[in-house]
Design a protein around this ligand. Structure first.
Ligand code: 1GP
Length: 319
């Protein structure tokens, strides 16, 4: 009996070894791609912190460079109360005619970052979209992935999102385990982010795709406790999102309460259509304002939106 069990265990270990071997080959290929890609990358970042990361358990034992420039820029903005403005680009939705105009206006309006991603990207336009941005301007590009396929070395960083408003284990930790070895050897700056969906008055793609319920829009206390728990777990950024195209953006009262309870930078987006709302959200305590849909429809809004966010920062500036 014992022998049978031991044999079974041996077989399991052998198949486990075979799986790890094939994953290692995959990771090695990714690493080689990365080395070939090295000269192309890194317009924005300089590597500040190097450390030896021992990933020998899964066969990687290399010098891994940890890049934290983007994160420091978010932290600094929070400390000095200078507000940041982000344009969200969904590679599937943006029309190429619009794209040129958006990039031109974004440079003129001193947009701080681009977030790149969508809940459901089906057209495989991610690399092309990143290349177009890189050719046109120096604005850092941060992946905002709707799933683990939306990865590219061409970006500068990635929001490593844990959907803490939901109870879907895959989106809290499952997908992260799968992508961790790939991201560890990538040049992308990893930004561990608590992602909180707030009910925006209409069912959004992200709540459907994630199979989670958003936090009710009037439950400011639940939002606060969720955000504080995420910060205590070590997340570095908090993102409150009413979802793309939300009817009701996140309320100022919720932003005020949550930002008052957090030490980490707070990102707010979803359904922001006017410069007035962007300004009000920044004044209420959002450190970073994200706008996507409204700008896709009318790229000219970029200038006014950016000005509104920066103006809120000027009024609150800490020296
Ligand atoms: C969605 O927060 C973003 O994830 C932006 O939303 O497209 O509604 O601006 P909008």
């Amino acid at each position: 009996m014992l022998n049978v069990r031991l044999n079974n265990l041996g077989q399991q270990m052998l198949s486990c070894y075979i799986i790890i071997e094939s994953e290692l080959k995959w990771i090695d290929k990714k690493y080689r791609d990365l080395c070939n890609y090295g000269s192309y990358h890194n317009k924005f970042t300089s590597i500040r912190n190097n450390r030896q990361n021992n990933l020998s358990l899964i066969g990687i034992n290399r010098q891994v460079q940890i890049n934290m420039d983007l994160y420091h820029s978010f932290e600094e903005a929070k400390r000095t109360q200078q507000k940041k403005f982000v344009v969200l680009i969904d590679p599937d939705k943006v029309r190429m005619g619009n794209m040129d105009q958006i990039l031109d206006l974004a440079s003129k309006a001193a947009v701080d970052y681009f977030f790149i991603g969508g809940s459901l990207v089906v057209n495989n336009m991610l690399d092309h979209c990143l290349d177009s941005i890189k050719k046109a301007c120096d604005i850092p590009m941060i992946l905002f992935p709707g799933n683990s396929f939306q990865l590219s070395y061409r970006a500068d960083g990635i929001l490593f999102l844990s959907l803490i408003s939901g109870r879907n284990a895959e989106l809290l930790i499952g997908k992260h385990v799968i992508t961790a070895p790939y991201l560890r050897v990538s040049p992308l700056e990893i930004l561990p982010t608590g992602y909180m969906l707030i009910n925006g008055g209409v069912p959004t793609t992200v709540s459907y795709m994630s199979n989670t319920q958003p936090i009710p829009q009037n439950k400011d206390d639940i939002a606060l406790c969720t955000a504080v728990a995420g910060e205590m777990l070590g997340l570095k950024l908090m993102y409150m999102d009413a979802g793309s195209g939300a009817k009701n953006p996140v309320s100022e009262s919720m932003i005020e309460l949550v930002s008052g309870g957090l030490k980490i930078p707070l990102i707010v987006g979803g359904g922001i259509r006017t410069p007035e709302k962007a300004y009000a959200n920044a004044k209420a305590g959002a450190d970073v304002i994200v706008v996507g849909n409204a700008i896709e429809k009318d790229p000219n809004l970029i200038i006014e939106m950016s000005l509104a966010v920066k103006e809120a920062g000027e009024k609150m500036k800490v020296f």
